[in-house]
Design a protein around this ligand. Structure first.
Ligand code: C5P
Length: 236
């Protein structure tokens, strides 16, 4: 069996404000996308990766993928580079087009979650194979959650406190049987914020496994600092 992976790295990174696409912004000296690829190096089994990048960043992506995979690439890792679209969903769709029909399971992963571990990737792929259904990493919500009403003046009033017990904050990689993911993307008629929502909307089963703190998404400058501190805490 071969596991396909779509790594989406074609976002603009407006909220990070680094003046370049987010996945190419360095985290302690190494581009986010390159760090994200590190977690796929040395995994057991056969893999096929579609790296989805913004126009004009193909060469840089090729170089950093070569640095990340080196000789490992030729043997058990097949790489594709493709161009992203206007939305994350459009970018994933492009990535799916690049992956061969040999992949029976496909994971979709945000380059912006560049600290997600190899162990998490393996757990997701393993759980998809074991259950023949979609699997996503999820963590309990730690903050208290309020539903608010926006007033005409722009201020907000609290309407209610939502019970957080049944709520989960979900991460990537999200894994699915390839046929279900492909079918769900063909059927998707609106924009969703994650792949599990697209697959669920098509009527397929998706379940959760425990996520990991390290798989947080880098969105703001504060997230970038958190990631850099994390890297430095492992430095010799
Ligand atoms: O913007 P956000 O951080 O939520 O994006 C999540 C992931 O989707 C990022 O890795 C980003 O590069 C990717 N993305 C993309 N194409 C877009 C928008 C986002 O590949 N048009």
């Amino acid at each position: 069996p071969r596991t396909g992976v779509v790594i989406v790295a074609a976002g603009s990174g407006t909220r990070l404000g680094a003046g370049q696409p987010k996945a190419f912004v360095p985290v302690a000296g190494v581009p986010m996308l390159e760090r994200a690829l590190w977690s796929f190096v040395g995994l057991p089994g056969e893999w096929e990766l579609a790296i989805v990048v913004p126009e004009g960043f193909e060469d840089e992506a090729r170089q950093l993928a070569e640095r990340a995979f080196g000789e490992y690439e030729s043997s058990r890792m097949t790489l594709h580079l493709c161009l992203g679209g206007e939305s994350r969903q459009a970018s994933v769709r492009e990535g799916l087009r690049c992956l061969s029909e040999q992949c029976d399971v496909i994971l979709v992963h945000d380059a912006a979650r560049c600290m997600a571990s190899s162990a998490l990737i393996e757990r997701v792929a393993g759980a998809v194979r074991a259950t023949h259904a979609g699997v996503i990493p999820a963590l309990p919500v730690v903050d208290t959650i309020k539903r608010v009403r926006t007033n005409p003046s722009g201020s907000e009033s609290i309407e209610e406190t939502v019970s957080r017990t049944p709520l989960r904050a979900v991460q990537t990689p999200q894994g699915f049987p390839a046929a279900a993911l492909r079918r769900a993307y063909e059927m998707a008629a609106e924009e969703y914020t994650d792949d599990a929502a697209i697959v669920s909307a098509c009527g397929y089963q998706v379940s959760t496994i425990p996520g990991e703190g390290d798989a947080f998404k880098i969105t703001t400058p504060a997230d970038l600092r958190r990631a850099e501190q994390h890297v430095e805490s492992f430095a010799p």
